[in-house]
Design a protein around this ligand. Structure first.
Ligand code: PHE
Length: 451
């Protein structure tokens, strides 16, 4: 189907297609790897509560804003700002998006590489099955050369997809994949709920201890909300440029946010009972999921099969997310730097490979360089922290100001919904209210508190 204003731009054929694609970008390592590790570091329940609050108060409005900008302009990040406010500095928004995108792509690919290693290990039956040996196995693995190999392989795979512009195929794939991943997680959750440590795990995740809330926890939850919804760097804006006139933005944003959050919470329900059953430290950091899941699988009948299935699905879910990041960078290079698609793809992947190697090496030989913002001298964590907790919320702040204050309110309201019901009007008013009066000051205050 073609879109009417700009006939050369394809649009999503179905309502479900539009939602499935945005969910495909949102659901990935952010839900299943990053959420449990961040929640583990930041004390569980209090973090979850803040995270959900941020999704509702900021996530849904900013997601709606990105959707609205894409739907109004039918353009990618820089094109959208250029069309709506030509000749103003807003067109430079794309630069933040590109820097942030390349940083996320670099460390994310390392973790996607870990999922490939664990798929392989499970397939050949060499994944160890007890918590102690898994801890050392992770150290042995990440201090060797294999993480680099997997990172490069994963990025090369991204290259083959984006350079040919065959994302559509992958997207169709992800429409089938996301529901399967969902079912697998439900099955594993049920299994986790029967573990002896289930009660303790659920208590850790669901009963908030407010004394644990520090500025670090608040910014961690804010960053997680943005990261998990792929917000703040124009990914969702770009996808929404394929929405058709009748797409209900506010409703799509709510559904996407709800599904994404549900999957993150389910990942928590899967991980934390096991953490407490097998006496693993919840604050293990990025390695948490890779130490917990193999033990869980090993206790199931047919253990390795589950391992292969789950890690492979996780790898595919990562691929749909990284493709959406690559697309931002590649589209920017094509539009702003007048590159050909093939050149833009090579450049993007080459930079990500170099930075990805640095991230992979932070678990082994890279010396402890002190970096701003974070306590630990770890390049991987620095990329993760700076992009998710600083650049994405900053992008979200700019998007809120632009949509809430600079654009004509009627245009925004019309893009959000064309329904005439009271519910639609109310949703519209709440979203615009947040974009003007809640999101910008709230993000700014959280930044200031952290300084
Ligand atoms: N939301 C993705 C995830 O949860 C990560 C992502 C961040 C994708 C930013 C695109 C842009 O895995």
């Amino acid at each position: 189907m073609k879109n009417q204003q700009n006939p050369s731009r394809a649009v999503f054929a179905t309502r479900i297609g539009a939602i499935a694609t945005t969910v495909g970008s949102a659901v990935g390592l952010g839900n299943i790897w990053r959420f449990p590790y961040e929640a583990g570091i930041h004390g569980g329940g209090a973090f979850l509560l803040l995270y959900i609050a941020f999704i509702i108060i900021l996530g849904i409005p900013v997601l709606s804003a990105e959707f609205a900008l894409g739907k109004i302009t039918h353009k990618g990040v820089s094109g959208a700002f250029r069309t709506l406010r030509p000749g103003t500095p807003w067109r430079h928004f794309g630069i933040i998006a590109v820097i942030c995108g390349i940083m996320i792509l670099s460390f994310y690919s390392v973790v996607a590489g870990w999922t490939l290693e664990y798929t392989y290990e499970a397939a050949v039956g060499s994944l160890s099955d007890n918590e102690m040996s898994l801890h050392t196995a992770f150290d042995d693995f990440t201090s060797g050369w294999r993480p680099i190999m997997w990172t490069l392989l994963f990025l090369a795979l991204n290259y083959t997809v984006i350079s040919r512009g065959v994302q559509k195929g992958i997207e169709r794939f992800s429409n089938i994949l996301t529901p399967i991943l969902f079912l697998l997680i439900i099955a594993f959750c049920i299994n986790s709920l029967m573990l002896p440590g289930a009660e303790e795990g659920l208590k850790f995740l669901f009963s908030p201890d407010f004394s644990k809330i520090t500025p670090q926890v608040v910014i961690g939850a804010l960053g997680q909300a943005f990261f998990s919804l792929s917000l703040g760097m124009g990914t969702m804006l770009t996808y929404a440029s394929y929405f058709n006139e009748r797409t209900q933005v506010a409703r799509n944003a709510t559904i996407t946010a709800a599904l994404d959050t549900l999957i993150a919470i389910m990942a928590g329900v899967l991980i934390f009972p096991a953490v407490f059953t097998f006496s693993i430290e919840p604050a293990e950091g990025p390695r948490l999921v890779f130490e917990v899941l193999p033990v869980v699988f090993s206790k199931l009948p047919g253990g390795d099969i589950w391992g292969v299935l789950f890690f492979f699905m996780l790898f595919l879910a990562s691929l749909t997310s990284t493709i959406s990041m690559c697309e931002i960078i590649v589209a920017w290079l094509i539009e702003e730097r007048k590159m050909r698609r093939s050149q833009a793809s090579i450049l993007t992947i080459a930079i990500a490979m170099l930075l990805g190697i640095l991230c992979a090496l932070s678990f082994s030989i890279l010396p402890g360089i002190r970096l701003p913002f974070i306590g630990e001298p770890n390049v991987f964590r620095w990329f993760d922290y700076t992009s998710s907790n600083i650049l994405l919320p900053l992008g979200g702040l700019l998007i809120s100001v632009f949509t809430g204050w600079i654009l004509d309110r009627r245009i925004v309201a019309h893009a959000l919904t064309d329904r005439n019901s009271r519910r639609a009007h109310l949703a519209c008013r709440l979203i615009i209210f947040s974009l003007r009066w809640v999101a910008p000051p709230m993000i700014a205050i959280i930044f200031i508190l952290n300084l």
